[in-house]
Design a binder for this molecule. Structure first.
Ligand code: ZN
Length: 293
């Protein structure tokens, strides 16, 4: 498989301007004319497939600095809004329609708001921490420690066998039609390649080799970085645990197209790296009607 072209959520155009984050005076000045993005969990304020920004924000509202583009400075509100409002659109469906600038701002905004809303206290002493560095860190006054947003690496792998079949699995908590390729969190102290081989073995009992890196994109649900790989299977017999993974099967291209056409199988959203890896193996884009809902 070839390296993946820029992925739907893997685009960023704004200047992140790290020096400005450290300059509180300058940050106040650009905030006065800033553009502010509102997030709800997994969703962004958008109209007609384009992000919408507000310009007037009370000074006491906590915001994070996202970056600058063409002289405009962008910020994210650091509290979630009500996701039921019709003005919020799910980023999984919205991402492919957004510009490089918008999608980069959106991914950073969601990742930051997810972190700030769940990490308000110091992990060492439990004291409430203050927002610093324009929203890119939190400071604990009680023990003088600084804390940064975490990003959790997740490997995801398209496993192909000698007959050019792809390995797709269904998690037990998913609908009976919903399938994807194998994925899992990288464990502490592990390399990416070890994580790829371990996850495939744990979920399906399949042995692999020739692990190749394909591309990556942020996946802020809440804090993942998806790292895509391909691998070649060296065994064929699938065994699943029946608890985390309910089923896994090999599919030829014809078998997968038939299963999707008949509604027996649904594949991940177009914004996902899983979809792009499956399409890279399929050597063509796949219809919207085959997508999971
Ligand atoms: Zn502390």
């Amino acid at each position: 498989m070839k390296p993946l072209a820029p992925l739907p959520l893997g685009r960023f155009q704004a200047n992140r301007n790290a020096a400005l984050r450290l300059n509180a005076t300058e940050l106040e000045i650009v905030r006065a004319s800033g553009k502010f993005l509102q997030c709800a969990p997994g969703s962004l304020h958008a109209v007609n497939d384009s992000l919408t920004f507000t310009s007037d924000v009370y000074p006491e509202i906590d915001v994070a600095y996202l970056g600058e583009s063409d002289g405009e400075h962008f910020f994210a509100y650091l509290e979630f809004f009500d996701p039921d409002s019709t003005q919020f659109q799910n980023i999984r469906s919205l991402a492919p329609m957004l510009s490089d600038l918008e999608v980069g701002l959106a991914a950073s905004a969601l990742a930051l708001v997810n972190w700030h809303t769940t990490h308000k206290h110091c992990p060492r002493c439990g004291a409430f921490t203050e927002i610093t560095q324009g929203g890119w860190s939190r400071w604990c006054e009680a023990d003088s420690t600084e804390h940064y947003p975490r990003t959790d690496p997740v490997i995801i792998v398209g496993v192909i066998d000698a007959d050019d079949r792809i390995l797709l699995a269904r998690q037990a908590v998913w609908k009976e039609t919903d399938y994807s390729i194998v994925a899992g969190f990288v464990e502490a102290g592990e390399t990416l390649e070890s994580a790829v081989a371990r996850e495939v073995k744990e979920e399906t009992s399949i042995e692999i080799q020739d692990i190749s890196y394909l591309g990556n994109q942020p996946w802020p649900f809440p804090a993942s970085l998806m790292l895509g790989f391909s691998a070649r299977a060296t065994s064929k017999d699938i065994v699943v645990d029946g608890t985390e993974i309910a089923e896994a099967h090999w599919f030829t291209k014809v078998e997968l197209a038939d299963a999707c056409e008949n509604g027996r199988v649904r594949i991940p959203a177009k914004s996902s790296i899983a979809r792009k890896i499956i399409e890279a193996w399929y050597e063509s884009e796949m219809p919207d009607s085959w997508t999971r809902t």
